[in-house]
Design a protein around this ligand. Sequence first.
Ligand SMILES: *[C@@H]1O[C@H](CO)[C@@H](O)[C@H](O)[C@H]1NC(C)=O
Ligand SMILES: *[C@@H]1O[C@H](CO)[C@@H](O)[C@H](O)[C@H]1NC(C)=O
Ligand SMILES: *[C@@H]1O[C@H](CO)[C@@H](O)[C@H](O)[C@H]1NC(C)=O
Ligand SMILES: *[C@@H]1O[C@H](CO)[C@@H](O)[C@H](O)[C@H]1NC(C)=O
Length: 302
Amino acid sequence: MRTTPILSLLSAATAVLGEQYTTRKLYQLDPGTWIENFAQKGSSWYTRMTRLDSPEVLEVDPSHQHGGPRTIYTFPNATNATGIAELSTDNYAVLTLNGPPDNAVVSIWSLNASGETSATPVIENIEGAQILNGLAAFSPSIVFATDSPAGAIYRINLESGTAEKVLSGDGITPGINGLRYKEPYLYYTNSLNGVFGRIEIDPASGDLVGGTEVVVRGDILVGADDFALAGWTDAAFVANFQQNTLIRVHIVNGTAEVVVRDIPAPTTATFGSGGLYVGTSGTGSDGGASFWSVVVPDERPA
Ligand SMILES: *[C@@H]1O[C@H](CO)[C@@H](O)[C@H](O)[C@H]1NC(C)=O
Ligand SMILES: *[C@@H]1O[C@H](CO)[C@@H](O)[C@H](O)[C@H]1NC(C)=O
Ligand SMILES: *[C@@H]1O[C@H](CO)[C@@H](O)[C@H](O)[C@H]1NC(C)=O
Ligand SMILES: *[C@@H]1O[C@H](CO)[C@@H](O)[C@H](O)[C@H]1NC(C)=O
């Protein structure tokens, strides 16, 4: 009972402050670094991420004072790491490239980050793929990936070690970039067309059901990269590297709004142990990739 007046004061204060999105840079990496993609699921403290400028996976634990970014794995025989998706606690699928952007060998690995991090190649050369970029886990053994220059979506079975192009055309065109799965939809962005869209997936088989559906299209999404799906509402938080913005897409009514304007060249977002995190490509004014925390005023823990 004694705490009641304090609680009501606190909630009054929260209601006022709560109208605003606030951002804070937590970590700055060295010049030349580029954070490409985040992976996080469930209650893990760690946000794990790939670097595009180097074939590395890093982790941060923003809840810990000494939890700053550290490299936990460097892929052999690769020049870049792109998509990363969590399959189960501490287990990830990771895409790498080896070679120049116009002629790279694309590989997919399974990475085990419990204890001493190790990785094994699942497919060393995904035939026909140009640059696999966004990666989303449908199940612990099936992932989907976007081929940005080719304009295609691949389905990769990690158990059988097979990859197949499942969609190209029908709205899936060059510029397709970020990819996340939330039953029953695979959500994607297209940076060139300014699109946030989705495709229904059969939750049992992993087969595509029907075609693509544009949720929002507009200039606000030109430059859209990876994104985080909210757990408490039907919304996506999209990093727009070209416009230095974070866009909130209201999936229910197909609208989008700019909610943050002060993060330089953001490339990816995820909901982690302390709310929404955003990573950047280190271009523009940033001088090295950076890692940000964003307070979303209406966020409720999942
Ligand atoms: C891969 O990394 C190399 C070295 O940092 C860089 O020159 C190249 O542009 C990167 N590839 C892509 C697709 O970004
Ligand atoms: C490196 O990758 C190339 C192309 O996929 C492959 O031919 C070669 O065997 C690989 N080398 C090692 C050491 O894994
Ligand atoms: C991951 O590695 C740990 C040891 O570091 C091992 O105990 C565990 O079984 C591995 N998990 C998988 C899925 O291979
Ligand atoms: C769309 O939905 C969001 C979230 O419920 C709401 O804030 C916004 O005003 C709606 N926009 C329109 C045009 O209905």
